[in-house]
Design a protein around this ligand. Structure first.
Ligand SMILES: [Zn+2]
Ligand SMILES: [Zn+2]
Length: 299
């Protein structure tokens, strides 16, 4: 193998790489590239009750985080005279390394290790933050949470995370939504479910009952001869959609409570009813079974 052969085979490999480096070296020497510090993101959990989810909420939360040092304005220097130009990079923030290779000199440019790309060195550090430009503090952050949010949803609040060292870009605050269970209402997406228990006589004779909603209570009529498992739909009494279009419903699931213990007197009464014609089951077309009810509910 001759020298020409060696270069020829290397040529393919290095050809592109050198083209790239040449261009890089061209601008790398003169331009000062400022390295930007970025603060880290913070995550907080915010628990909302059903009323807050229904209406939207303004929450004030206490966050332990890094904030910009107020004494030095985040620079980390004691004052404006506490700087000197970095001697390693002579202020450019970059260092150029020249390596001798078989093919000649190879230039590579990287961030100056002495000043971290800033081009200057702090000669006298701020005594409040020890030159970091950030200090630990507790901040109260106001968050506006829209109506209709749900457990596990995340909101990103730009720039409210940890401040960055020496005047960089702060991170984001990520708010994770959590839900408090309502004592009576069960959430199912934008709909709410209430399990109503009525007595056997109430189911037979009909009654008026109070139903809890998110805001207050509403009175509803239970018809005479109501079958257990009937679902009443109170339109618009559910939760708003997060996009602002429409509202869910409140579904009242009617259960008929069967007593587990009865007195001798009650038993005598029930035995009389058992033998009467009205109490003999005669399911009609409207008396749907469980699956038919579920089907009609989802239609
Ligand atoms: Zn400071
Ligand atoms: Zn430097």
């Amino acid at each position: 193998m001759t020298m020409e052969d060696i270069f020829a085979s290397f040529g393919d490999i290095f050809g592109d790489a050198f083209g790239g480096l040449g261009g890089f070296g061209g601008f790398g020497g003169g331009r000062t590239r400022q390295r930007v510090n970025k603060g880290s993101n913070l995550r907080v959990k915010v628990k909302l009750n059903l009323q807050e989810i229904a209406k939207g909420a303004e929450k004030k939360i206490k966050v332990n985080k890094y904030v910009s040092c107020s004494q030095c304005g985040g620079s980390g220097a004691a004052d404006s005279n506490s700087y000197s130009t970095c001697s390693t990079c002579r202020g450019s923030g970059q260092v150029t390394r020249v390596t001798n290779t078989l093919l000649g000199q190879m230039q590579s440019t990287s961030t100056c290790p002495t000043c971290g790309g800033e081009g200057k060195i702090i000669t006298k550090k701020c005594n409040a933050c020890y030159g970091e430009g950030i200090v630990k503090a507790q901040e109260i952050i106001k968050i506006n949470i829209p109506a209709g949010v749900g457990k596990g949803m995340q909101m990103t609040i730009n720039g409210k995370g940890n401040a960055a060292r020496r005047g960089g870009v702060p991170g984001d605050l990520i708010v994770v939504i959590d839900e408090e269970n309502h004592p009576q209402l069960i959430r199912e997406g934008k709909d709410l479910i209430y399990n109503l228990f009525i007595s056997v006589p109430e189911a037979i004779l009909g009654t008026n009952v109070e139903i809890p909603t998110v805001e207050s209570k509403v009175k509803i009529k239970i018809d005479q001869g109501t079958q257990p498992g009937k679902i009443l739909r109170l339109r618009g009494k559910g939760l708003p959609e997060i996009n602002g279009y429409g509202k869910g419903d409140l579904l009242v699931n009617i259960n008929v409570w069967i007593p587990k213990k009865t007195t001798t007197e009650e038993q005598k009464l029930l035995e009389k009813m058992m033998n009467s014609d009205s109490f003999t089951p005669k399911p009609g077309k409207d008396d749907k079974g469980f699956f038919e009810r579920m089907k009609s509910y989802f239609e």
